[in-house]
Design a protein around this ligand. Sequence first.
Ligand SMILES: [Zn+2]
Length: 220
Amino acid sequence: MSIKLDRYRIIDLTMELHPGILKVNGEYIHGSELRRFELRQFIYKPDGTLMNWIEAESHVGTHVEMPAHYFEDGKSSSEMPLEAFIGEAVVLKLAHLKPKGGKGQPIKPVHLSKVREGDIVLMWSPYKGDEMPYISSEAARWLAGKRIKMLGVQNVGVEESYELMATHDSMLRNGIPIIENLTNLDKISEERVFYIGLPLKVFGLDSSWIRAIALEPKEG
Ligand SMILES: [Zn+2]
């Protein structure tokens, strides 16, 4: 077997985390959206090496949410099959969904024509905050019906309404993880790439930090 890594461009889709109180989506919007991520260094007495205590929410930086995030008895990080987090991804760049009057526009099934069954669907927009397009409830149900493998977003609102929670419901109840706070999706030039973003193998964990990457074949 021969797998030549130099035939691929590796694109890092992961936000860099710095210890402290973090902002969601790179911006301070509401106080309740601040996320805790603290590292405290200590010296490990037996051999004098340096280690860290970590105190953090499971939803910091680039993370993947699993069914355990949404309902009791939902599968947690270590219970999901690895195949769920690896595979062919379609990259949907939604710059054409321009905000109107400062408000982001809904993503509808009509915008999802490139999606195939079994795809990891990665959505990107250049807009921030209230101007981001968002996944309509209709599109969320459509994606679940299409039996996609996973949904990932950068600058795209996951929910039309946080009372309805249609996206969490359509995805997580059907065993489809959601990746939040991806970055660098705009650096991908192909429409389809190979995606890898594995969660930590922790029993009971509802969401895990990941190192998400895309592999894109180099020209020639
Ligand atoms: Zn989250």
